[in-house]
Design a protein around this ligand. Structure first.
Ligand code: TRP
Length: 336
């Protein structure tokens, strides 16, 4: 199944609306890859979302359209990127079953991404088996279309590494078949939360959503963690660990002015409110067109789901073909 084409694939779990962390971590690269790769796919990872939401099917169902809308509003273009839904491609689940024989329980328990999520969710030994093994299912997502470039945030690197172990294991048994996956990291590997925690995330309630209204953006920026020792305007302030400056570094295109502000802030005489107001403006300018496009698209969800259905049907054809080929390689084809 080896190819020389560049085939990009990414996806999101439909468990909530997407935020700025998603935007800088992977959506921007998805848009870039539409231009530079031969094929590009966007998968709604509803099967993966169910691995820790089995008791909440409504939540997953409702958020399928939300993550699609967020991506479309940002500029992921269905004319260039094929959108599809994971659960509608049974071959992914089928491939997962075969891959599960090539990984041990001990290895699954060692995956750092899974480990930290398990801790956050307080799973312990009561972790759903599907959750513990989702990197195997994700390996199937990434391999069943023969994709080779995966635009992701830094937290996904261990999942890609584990998939590449499966590639090597598979190839060592059946001969060179799969190609190793290359992660494409963004410049901003991780976006800090507005509260100063290492990562912006929905579950930590410290993220600015792509669909947030201007007043919500303003409120969130005004609440951002700065320098707790910068009390009076004349006090010298710290820029390192200051969320407002971290965001300006990422989102403000006028780098020279940001450097000037940092200098002033360090010296003393620049108040938090001035810097926050600047960030509010920068973020509102970035998010207003995205939010407006989203509101436009929202008016005809049926039309969007039609596009996703078409994409899913296209992917299904490819999946049927690839699974047939893989079964042949695995010596589990019996009827020719
Ligand atoms: N694990 C990803 C996340 O939590 C979602 C995902 C599932 C994914 N399958 C993928 C990302 C394949 C890239 C490629 O956001």
């Amino acid at each position: 199944m080896k190819t020389t084409k560049t085939i990009a694939l990414t996806g999101d779990r439909p468990t909530g609306k997407l935020h700025l962390g998603h935007y800088v971590g992977s959506i921007k690269n998805r848009i870039e890859l539409q231009k530079t790769s031969d094929e590009a796919y966007y998968m709604v990872a509803d099967v993966q979302a169910l691995t820790d939401n089995s008791d909440n099917p409504g939540k997953v169902n409702e958020n399928v359209i939300e993550v699609i809308l967020d991506n479309l509003a940002c500029g992921v273009d269905p004319k260039k990127t094929t959108f599809f839904i994971q659960s509608q491609i049974p071959e992914i689940a089928e491939m997962t079953v075969y891959f599960l024989n090539l990984v041990t329980l001990a290895r699954l328990k060692r995956n750092p991404t899974v480990k930290s999520e398990m801790k956050q969710k307080n799973f312990g030994e009561e972790v759903p088996a599907g959750f513990l093994s989702y990197p195997v299912s994700q390996a199937a997502d990434m391999l069943f279309l023969n994709s080779n470039i995966i635009p992701v945030g830094e937290d996904q690197l261990p999942v890609i590494e584990q998939a590449n172990e499966l590639v090597r294991k598979f190839n060592s048994i059946y001969g060179e078949y799969f190609t190793e996956l290359k992660p494409l990291l963004s410049e901003t590997r991780r976006l800090v939360g507005i509260d100063g925690q290492a990562k912006a995330s929905k579950s930590l309630n410290n993220a600015i959503f792509l669909s947030d209204e201007n007043d919500v953006i303003a409120k969130k920026v005004m609440s951002m963690y700065t320098d707790p020792n910068h009390i009076k305007v004349e006090d010298p302030g710290k820029v390192e660990g200051n969320v407002v400056f971290a965001y300006l570094d990422i989102f403000d295109e006028n780098k020279a002015e940001v450097e000037e502000l940092k200098k002033q802030y360090r010296k003393g005489g620049l108040g938090d409110v001035v810097v926050k107001k600047r960030l509010i403006q920068v973020l509102q300018e970035l998010l207003t067109p995205i939010r407006e496009r989203r509101q436009e698209l929202e008016k005809d969800k049926k039309a969007i789901m039609k596009i996703v259905q078409k994409g899913t049907e296209k992917v299904q054809k490819q999946a049927t073909k690839n699974m047939k080929e893989m079964k042949k390689v695995m010596k589990i084809d019996y009827f020719g």
